[in-house]
Design a protein around this ligand. Structure first.
Ligand SMILES: [Zn+2]
Length: 161
């Protein structure tokens, strides 16, 4: 009986730890697989890249705000978008620099700067230094990492969950 009690206590402790760990993660894998399309999941969670000229927002010229498809953080505005000819949505600036984290990416035999959503770590794309003035930057972003809101007012610090 004492043996069984010990097992019970051990199992309870494990469940407790697991439950707590789950609380700390904003989105579980299951949540994300339900919320996102397979492509959105692949790009944001597995650092994938959509095929050029196939993304929903590559040619989008509507006025509005581009948000992280996972957590809803405002990342870019249509005011910052330009046609780079690359086949991916391109921006010369981010609406809020603090929302974006840059990582060194040495995959595919070259060194690039990966950009991810700082809040949820969703992979967005890369930033290159061959963009237009005034920044000289080209944020090359997957449409699959973005959601588009044509009703918002581009407010700089708008963050939604
Ligand atoms: Zn995010």
């Amino acid at each position: 009986m004492r043996y069984l009690l010990r097992i019970f206590v051990a199992v309870s402790a494990v469940i407790c730890v697991l439950a707590h760990a789950d609380e700390q993660t904003a989105f579980s894998e299951n949540d994300l697989r339900e919320k996102l399309t397979p492509l959105q999941y692949h790009v944001t969670q597995e650092k994938g890249t959509e095929e050029p000229f196939t993304g929903e927002f590559n040619d989008n010229k509507e006025h509005g705000t581009y948000k992280c498809v996972v957590c809803g953080t405002t990342l870019f505005s249509s005011e910052e978008k330009y046609d780079s000819g690359s086949g991916w949505p391109s921006f010369f600036e981010t609406t809020q620099k603090s929302a974006i984290q840059e990582n060194v990416d040495k995959s595919e035999g070259r060194t690039r700067t990966e950009v991810v959503c700082k809040k949820c770590q969703a992979h967005l794309g890369h930033v290159f230094k061959d963009g237009p003035e005034p920044t000289g930057l080209r944020y090359c972003i997957n449409s699959a990492s973005l959601s588009f809101d044509n009703t918002s007012d581009d407010s700089k610090d708008k963050t939604e969950l």
